[in-house]
Design a protein around this ligand. Structure first.
Ligand SMILES: *[C@@H]1O[C@H](CO)[C@@H](O)[C@H](O)[C@H]1NC(C)=O
Ligand SMILES: *[C@@H]1O[C@H](CO)[C@@H](O)[C@H](O)[C@H]1NC(C)=O
Ligand SMILES: *[C@@H]1O[C@H](CO)[C@@H](O)[C@H](O)[C@H]1NC(C)=O
Ligand SMILES: *[C@@H]1O[C@H](CO)[C@@H](O)[C@H](O)[C@H]1NC(C)=O
Ligand SMILES: *[C@@H]1O[C@H](CO)[C@@H](O)[C@H](O)[C@H]1NC(C)=O
Length: 602
């Protein structure tokens, strides 16, 4: 236990500034069990951990505190939210490489104080030589190894948005990540992810070189060095993404992937293009929700679930066990519908998208929800098997002007394809696994969804749900989550907890969450102890209440991780040089204690 505490302090020296120092010192000196001190999940602020920050100028909530601080420092230099997003995203790719990085992709919403909003789709894309049946002979190669790698997009998306909005030099934004890559401390959560991927790390020379030492996995608190990634990031700082997509980094990356049996080519990198669209937008329960359009199912999925709950006509429809039951039923309907979505460049999603955004459609679905019971999957009309995407990282940023950025980025599974390119230090994604293929080993009787079949240059369906909320035309919140197929449910619950049930920001995030993905027919509920010792478990009363309605429940370890910034529109202060019509209130930023991150603001 003492070692864990020492590691924690090494990882987050900022803890030393706070009351926690005294608390932890007492624990160390008197040998108390620290778990006892943190059993109460609502006890965070007084325990001094910085999952909540109140700030008047700008804030960043990432799932690693170091990256929140790097982003905040950019904001302090009068950076735009987008400048901070670049620095934060690149930092996360270094210190949290199991979840995201420049070898992966991202979805990003940008909403300016002036009201303009854009959705950046930097999703990974199938290589030119990919094909519908490419995994028939070896289904496992879809989820791990070089053949699972799709063309990465994160860096291009960040760069093009920066070209449009950024006001801090690119190099200044990239170098902090490059320096961290030379030496960073392994966080407790990364250690947990490494342990989870232990066999794969030892099986890949690239991962082994970076994440093990003397035949052992690095532990929380150990120093980790990824010198090749540092070199890559320095080149990117100097030359921008063209050194990756049209230059030496790309040449080397492709060499490594092909040596390992992959189909990626340099031409695939050269051909990669991001897409910029208008965000989805819906007015629900007094708020305007801006969400991510396809190929993510996140925005439309969350809007459909909230429209179903809104069709009950009273906010209390989502309270208590009954409210949870209705929400779970809404999830089941949403998962049945969402597998009809796909990459809009390949599939006509006009009708299904219109349905998912329609309050009338939601009200029809509501009629098939019974308050006293649940049903088997066929009741909800699901035709296709679900795909289950994985790891990820979400962060939220608001700057001094009240421009906002909401990003969810990913390499898909922990450490993506479980492949680290030795020549570049980049962890490669396994995003090909998010396509649907014929398979008889998934435990489901439903066929795969044709709208999500593999085609060259196509993007697989995603659950990522970066969200921006407006009220009366003003920025009200920036939120989102990581955790694959659980993301939509997590973001929806966070919204309901804070905006409808009026819980405090941290409590809204700490509240134990429930998940349902239609197939398999289980309610998964949180029942676990986090790496920092918080025990999170749905109450017995709720479990029983759901079981009474026929739900089958499973306690799960882990789940989704939420980061949110809310903007208090009632605490408006006049700020010089800012347009009069933009409210400039207090920001409250929260990072999910489940991953051990903390926000930063000023
Ligand atoms: C590491 O993973 C194994 C299972 O693979 C688990 O039994 C063990 O508790 C984990 N250790 C830690 C420290 O998380
Ligand atoms: C790479 O080169 C191609 C062809 O010249 C161009 O279309 C593309 O935008 C370039 N990519 C980057 C990231 O510079
Ligand atoms: C997509 O479907 C809608 C509704 O059926 C139709 O109006 C539209 O023309 C279609 N778009 C394309 C590009 O085919
Ligand atoms: C739930 O209520 C409906 C009528 O509203 C009834 O037909 C059904 O049998 C009830 N189910 C259970 C499990 O009691
Ligand atoms: C389907 O099942 C058969 C028999 O159980 C097995 O031999 C085959 O490999 C499976 N195919 C896939 C794609 O999993």
């Amino acid at each position: 236990m003492q070692k864990a505490l020492t590691n924690l302090l090494l990882t987050y020296p900022e803890l030393l500034e706070s009351f926690t120092y005294i608390a932890i010192l007492s624990v160390v000196l008197w040998g108390l069990e620290p778990c006892q001190a943190s059993v109460n999940v609502y006890n965070h602020i007084s325990s001094g951990r910085r999952e909540v920050v109140e700030a008047h100028k700008g804030a960043v909530a990432a799932d690693d505190g170091r990256c929140s601080r790097i982003g905040r420092d950019v904001l302090k230099e009068d950076g735009h939210a987008l400048d901070a997003a670049v620095a934060t995203a690149l930092c996360l790719g270094v210190v949290s490489p199991a979840s995201s990085g420049i070898g992966g992709g991202a979805f990003m919403l940008v909403r300016l104080a002036s009201g303009e909003a854009e959705a950046y789709d930097s999703r990974e894309t199938a290589p030119a030589s990919a094909s519908e049946n490419m995994y028939v002979n070896n289904p496992l190669s879809k989820s791990s190894g070089a053949r699972a790698v799709a063309v990465p997009g994160e860096l291009v998306g960040l760069y093009q948005a920066w070209q449009k909005y950024g006001r801090i030099p690119w190099k200044r934004l990239v170098l902090p990540a490059a320096h961290l890559a030379e030496s960073f401390i392994v966080s407790p959560y990364l250690a947990f992810q490494m342990n989870d991927s232990k066999a794969a790390i030892f099986a890949d020379k690239g991962l082994r070189n970076v994440f093990t030492s003397n035949g052992k996995l690095l532990q929380a608190g150990d120093k980790c060095h990824n010198f090749m990634l540092a070199k890559t990031l320095k080149a990117i700082a100097e030359y921008g993404p063209k050194v990756f997509y049209n230059g030496t980094v790309g040449v080397n990356l492709v060499k490594d992937v092909r040596k390992a049996g992959g189909i990626l080519t340099f031409k695939d990198l050269q051909n990669y293009k991001i897409r910029v669209q208008k965000p989805l937008s819906a007015d629900i329960m007094g708020y305007k929700i801006l969400g991510m359009p396809p190929p993510s199912s996140g925005g439309a999925g969350m809007i459909l679930v909230l429209n179903i709950l809104a069709s009950y006509g009273v906010p209390s429809a989502s309270y208590g066990v009954l409210g949870l039951h209705r929400m779970i039923e809404a999830f089941k309907h949403m998962f049945a519908v969402r597998m009809n979505l796909g990459d809009p460049d390949f599939v006509n999603v006009t009708n299904v998208l219109a349905d998912m955004l329609s309050p009338k459609f939601a009200a029809e679905l509501k009629k098939t929800i019974y308050d006293n019971m649940t049903f088997g999957p066929s009741h909800y009309g699901g035709k296709w098997n679900e795909i289950d995407d994985h790891g990820t990282s979400h962060f939220s940023i608001v700057d001094v002007d009240r421009n906002a950025v909401s990003i969810t980025s990913t390499v898909n599974a922990y450490f993506g394809a479980k492949l680290l390119s030795q020549k570049t230090g980049i962890v490669l994604n396994n995003e090909m696994d998010d396509f649907s293929i014929e398979s008889n080993s998934s435990g489901s009787s439903l066929p795969p969804a044709p709208p999500n079949f593999i085609r060259p240059f196509k993007r697989p369906l995603s659950s990522m749900t970066p969200t921006i909320l407006l009220q009366d035309g003003q920025l009200r919140a920036v939120l989102g989550a990581s955790g694959g197929i659980k993301i939509i449910a997590a973001t929806t619950q966070l919204f309901l907890n804070y905006f409808i049930k009026k819980m405090e920001p941290l409590a809204s995030i700490m509240e134990p969450r429930v998940y349902h993905q239609l197939i398999p027919n289980f309610v998964d509920y949180e029942k676990w102890t986090t790496v920092l010792g918080d025990h999170i478990e749905l109450s017995e009363k709720i479990v029983t209440g759901l079981e009474k309605r026929g739900h089958k429940l499973r306690g799960v370890i882990g789940g989704s991780i939420c980061q949110m910034i809310v903007h208090d529109l009632h605490s408006h202060t006049r700020v010089q040089n800012l347009p009069k019509n933009v409210v400039h209130g207090k920001l409250i930023a929260v990072s999910d204690p489940r991953k051990g991150g903390f926000p930063a603001g000023f």
